[in-house]
Write a new protein. Structure first.
Length: 105
């Protein structure tokens, strides 16, 4: 699905694989918080290609601040920031949302 989106999105050809990898890493970030259902949205707006992965119905009751970041989670977030122009990971009481975008050229 991500590859089909990239092909028609206007993302620079040299960044196609990066965006597909970003979708995969964002999904891994969302799923790292526990068993859940996941929704993926990909769209373009203005000069950006955007992605959002929302994972809900999760077990976030692992301490006052949710799940701790381990080495793999830290690496995923670092990689997302290398691949994308903007990234946010927002855990909340109803799940986690990972948003990311790249500038179209």
């Amino acid at each position: 699905m991500a590859a089909a989106f990239v092909a028609r999105s206007g993302i620079e050809a040299g960044r196609h694989a990066d965006f597909v990898l970003a979708v995969s890493e964002a999904a891994a970030c969302a799923l790292a918080y526990g068993p859940c259902s996941v929704r993926l949205r990909l769209w373009t707006a203005g000069t950006r290609a955007l992605g959002e992965i929302h994972a809900d119905d999760m077990l976030l009751l692992q301490g006052a601040h949710g799940v701790r970041q381990d080495g793999a989670e830290t690496l995923r977030r670092w990689l997302l920031r290398q691949l994308c122009d903007d990234v946010s990971v927002e855990p909340g009481p109803h799940g986690v949302t990972v948003r990311f975008s790249v500038v179209l050229t």
